[in-house]
Design a protein around this ligand. Structure first.
Ligand code: ACM
Length: 605
């Protein structure tokens, strides 16, 4: 009997021990093994390559484990570069047994991703020594080669330390592109040595807090004290930091629109040459000209100077030239533009925009770089070698791919990290909605196009309503977990309930790193819907599986003694609000959401 209990106990502990820690993104294949590998004071790293950068990368990612060049070590962590059949440059093979770990990859990038996986397999702890990892075999590689996040540092400025922190977070989840939105109307953030006024004047605006839509314009006499920029040394440091984490930076200089901060420094860049201030909001759109004059040599000289330095600073193959939301109204009344349109037989301002983008592409190419632009660059005819970043849904990307162009899919409804992620009354104010489950359901490859033209996708954090770095993290995570998995893992591996479990494990990892992720996914969703007879019905839902929603309609605080939601219901006569709370495993989760009739919603903190 005792023996039986002991055996049973052993079986239980063995199965608990072999449970695989949560990995995000999920690997291509994973076979659990038996037992664990323990990291002790005797454990050594055998790095079977003399390449100094790789040796440093391995020791940086597995801190506290000494290296040894003694041949045939036992119980070692062996890291080696070697081809693996069917595994591309970012793939790797990780074999963990009780007697050793072997990480193999054809290239340094694959080793880096294997190391990130190993780090996720370790418990959350400051030191690896004394920890153990479950035996397993992982063969892994990404679904897409472009796995990006974009950070807008213009609308609000994020300093060098935060940019590095953000890149560090990205690297843990196997993102490999950092799209750096460096310029926009509200701030020019990259020092250009041949045009120093861009940062002397363009990087600063008068300070404001408040909701973006209602922020007051600069008033006479106010000092432009809010802002900042990156020196070229800062940029070189960040580029190196990203390179060390196998992240390519794609710098964006947004043109011909979104240029107000440059125009504030150099008013001669517009048709009207009017002196302007760096704006504090977006209210000037279509009223003040924030668009480069595409019909004067000076504009192209300016672009050449900027892109010369951008190309020197960023070793990656691409320069993103924006191209989005250019208001062309001021071009229609510009004498230079009228002449340019006549001479070049351009019928519309869209064709004039296309003329501009084509000239810019020549400049980009003259610096040895490739052009990327937002999907507006399709308007009026696309440049021949451009890569299109589709943001207004998938349609721009589909159109571009049908014309044979490479595409990065970043449709706003799935990928915009500045949108609400949960019940708006429980969130800082922004616009529109991209729930975590919506981001997780994103598929970058539409049926109708050649899959090889879809390079991948990316999450975009615009920062009009993101005034500080803690909120930047809050808006990014956990939606960027979802996007990381969409872009890395095989589509067949995707499972929402499974992802949620892993996400919660990674919340704990982020707690240990003091990263500020959002818990919005725990909040109930309340929708008021008019039925066929015009009567308002209340529909309750929740993004997480296995949740129970309890509600009140009499302005009291619901708990499990209140009605359990099972189907849409009508509000009783006289009721003016619904309060809802979600329970999981018998415990309340998230915030209580309160919706007032007819549509006013308010969350109780
Ligand atoms: C964009 O959101 N304007 C690209």
């Amino acid at each position: 009997m005792y023996k039986l209990i002991a055996l049973l106990f052993l079986a239980i502990t063995a199965s608990a021990q072999s449970s695989i820690p949560a990995l995000i993104p999920a690997p291509q294949t994973l076979e659990p093994g038996t037992g664990r590998f323990a990291i002790t004071a005797q454990t050594r790293l055998a790095i079977l390559t003399p390449v100094a950068d790789i040796r440093r990368m391995v020791t940086d990612n597995l801190p506290g484990i000494p290296t040894s060049d003694v041949p045939k070590l036992t119980k070692a962590i062996t890291v080696r570069l070697a081809p693996i059949a069917g595994v591309g440059p970012e793939g790797y093979d990780l074999t963990i047994t009780p007697t050793g770990i072997t990480l193999t990859a054809p290239e340094a990038a694959g080793l880096f991703y294997g190391l990130q996986t190993m780090r996720q397999l370790m418990p959350v702890a400051k030191t690896f020594r004394g920890q153990s990892i479950p035996a397993l075999h992982i063969r892994d590689q990404p679904r897409f080669g472009w796995r990006g996040l974009m950070l807008d540092v213009s609308r609000h400025f994020f300093d060098k330390a935060f940019v590095k922190r953000y890149i560090d977070q990205m690297a843990q989840y196997k993102f490999n592109v950092f799209h750096w939105h460096l310029t926009d109307d509200q701030g020019w953030r990259i020092q250009i040595n041949s045009l120093l006024k861009l940062t002397e004047a363009g990087a600063w605006r008068v300070p404001r807090t408040g909701s973006w839509g209602t922020i007051e314009n600069p008033q006479p006499g106010e000092v432009p004290s809010y802002g900042g920029f990156y020196t070229q040394d800062d940029i070189r440091e960040i580029v190196q930091y990203a390179q060390d984490r196998h992240i390519t930076i794609v710098p964006e200089i947004d043109m011909p629109g979104h240029m107000m901060s440059a125009i504030a420094a150099y008013p001669g860049l517009t048709c009207g040459k009017k002196q302007v201030l760096v704006p504090t909001n977006g209210k000037f759109y279509k009223l003040e000209d924030n668009t480069l004059n595409p019909c004067t040599y000076g504009t192209y000289l300016f672009i050449d100077k900027v892109l010369t330095e951008v190309a020197q600073l960023f070793p990656g193959p691409y320069i993103h030239i924006g191209g989005d939301e250019a208001y062309k109204g001021f071009w229609t009344t510009c004498e230079e533009c009228k002449a340019t349109m006549t001479v070049n037989n351009l019928k519309t301002v869209e064709e004039l925009q296309s003329y501009f983008i084509k000239r810019v592409e020549k400049i980009v190419q003259s610096k040895g770089k490739k052009l990327i632009g937002w999907d507006e660059i399709l308007e009026g005819g696309i440049t021949p070698d451009a890569t299109v970043m589709s943001w207004r849904g998938m349609k721009g990307g589909i159109e571009a791919a049908k014309q044979g162009h490479p595409v990065i899919m970043t449709p706003s409804q799935f990928c915009y990290l500045d949108l609400y992620q949960g019940e708006p009354s429980a969130e800082p104010s922004t616009y529109s909605m991209a729930r975590l489950s919506t981001s997780y359901s994103f598929d970058p490859v539409p049926d109708s196009v050649r899959a090889d033209l879809i390079l991948g996708g990316q999450g975009n954090l615009w920062t009009e309503s993101v005034p500080n770095s803690r909120h930047a993290e809050y808006m990014t995570w956990p939606r960027a977990f979802a996007i990381a998995e969409v872009l890395w893992s095989p589509k067949s591996k995707r499972s929402w309930p499974d992802f949620i479990g892993r996400m919660e494990a990674h919340f704990k990892r982020f707690d240990a790193q003091d990263v500020n992720y959002a818990r919005s996914v725990y909040n109930p969703i309340v929708t008021l819907k008019k039925n066929s007879t015009g009567i308002t019905q209340v529909v309750l839902s929740h993004e997480l599986p296995d949740t129970y929603l309890y509600y009140s309609t009499d302005n009291t605080v619901p708990d499990t003694h209140f009605p359990l939601y099972t189907q849409p219901f009508l509000l009783p006569k006289g009721a003016e609000r619904v309060k809802v709370i979600a329970y999981r495993n018998g415990k309340p989760i998230g915030k209580m959401v309160e919706v007032m009739l007819p549509t006013v919603a308010k969350a109780v903190q």
